[in-house]
Design a protein around this ligand. Structure first.
Ligand code: NAP
Length: 284
């Protein structure tokens, strides 16, 4: 089975369109920020704007110079933070090396943090009060829900331990309600293939092309490919789709799997953010 992220993302976008009817007097607006001219960042942000506009969400874009200082970057974020017409702020990562991501994130008010990456939203996720949750791991959960994949009591393995994907994925799969038993693997993990082979649900968020072959996959397992590597003539995921699709119960394609779901969940978070002004703190 191909786990079709494109299709589920369209369903979410349609749901968002109807949710927007509850906000007849508000122009819900997502602001994006790019620092420098990384072509992949330009591509991803372009996609986010197109999808937002297709769903009926307004967007605003800020491009900042590659060499901007930390202080000036934080000032720019503060302008968006203070703008009542902006409901969600997304700063496309990675930032140029001289900039401090954590300090920048602290300028995003938690209630506008549609990427779910600020200390407050990460902490709330850890405490089980989840509202704005990182979009990529949330997208995997939305796929699990859409395909009615059982997680309770199942073994899940997440490969990759970033705060953007792997760590929140572990929390979302192991929280009450999802109830999977989760193993977190990373670059120091011994016998990665053996550990992955125990997974009923396998999420790979590494960025190592075709790392996950059929030798890593239990027959019937559900495999979610998050990693993206741009090769000369194609985009390659962490999963060797041809071999894995022969043995897995379901697998996301790359492209067309977790990528569109990340964007769909960003839109979902933007609508949610518009309702959270009085729920989440305004500053850190
Ligand atoms: P990251 O911060 O670089 O984390 C990568 C993780 O992979 C690290 O925890 C690292 O382990 C682990 N790792 C590296 N080599 C490994 C190996 N051989 N075996 C096992 N684990 C290994 O990256 P990220 O931000 O989480 O992103 C991961 C990938 O997902 C990237 O390719 C990124 O482009 C992609 N991505 C896709 C989407 C989407 O929508 N599909 C969204 C976001 C990111 P250590 O911690 O030990 O170094």
């Amino acid at each position: 089975m191909i786990i079709d992220g494109k299709k589920v993302a369209v369903d979410i976008r349609n749901k968002i369109k109807s949710q927007l009817e509850h906000f007849p007097d508000t122009k819900i607006t997502l602001a994006t920020v790019i620092v420098g001219n990384n072509p992949a960042s330009q591509l991803y942000v372009g996609m986010k704007h197109r999808e937002a506009n297709a769903a009926g969400i307004h967007s605003k874009h800020v491009e900042l110079d590659e060499n901007i200082s930390q202080k000036d970057l934080e000032q720019q974020i503060s302008l968006l933070a203070d703008d009542d017409d902006v409901h969600g702020i997304l700063v496309q990562l990675p930032l140029p090396k001289h900039l401090d991501k954590q300090r920048m994130l602290r300028k995003i008010p938690p209630y506008k943090d549609v990427d779910g990456l600020t200390d407050v939203n990460m902490g709330r996720l850890l405490q089980g009060y989840k509202q704005l949750v990182p979009c990529t791991p949330l997208g995997v959960i939305r796929l699990i829900e859409a395909y009615d994949i059982k997680t309770s009591g199942r073994n899940a393995v997440v490969v990759g331990r970033s705060s953007l994907v792997g760590l929140p994925q572990v929390l979302l799969l192991s929280e009450r309600g999802a109830d999977a038993t989760v193993t977190l693997a990373h670059s120091r993990t011994q016998d990665l293939a053996g550990i992955c082979k125990n997974a009923d649900i396998l999420v790979s968020a590494v960025g190592s092309p075709a790392l996950i072959t059929e030798d890593f996959v239990k027959p019937g397992a559900m495999v979610f490919d998050v990693g993206v590597t741009r090769l000369e003539n194609k985009i390659q995921g962490d999963v060797d789709f041809d071999s894995v699709s022969k043995i897995a119960g379901g697998v996301t394609p790359m492209p067309g799997g977790t990528g569109p779901m990340t964007v769909a969940c960003l839109l979902e978070n933007t609508i949610l953010a518009a309702t959270l002004q009085d729920v989440l703190p305004r500053s850190h």
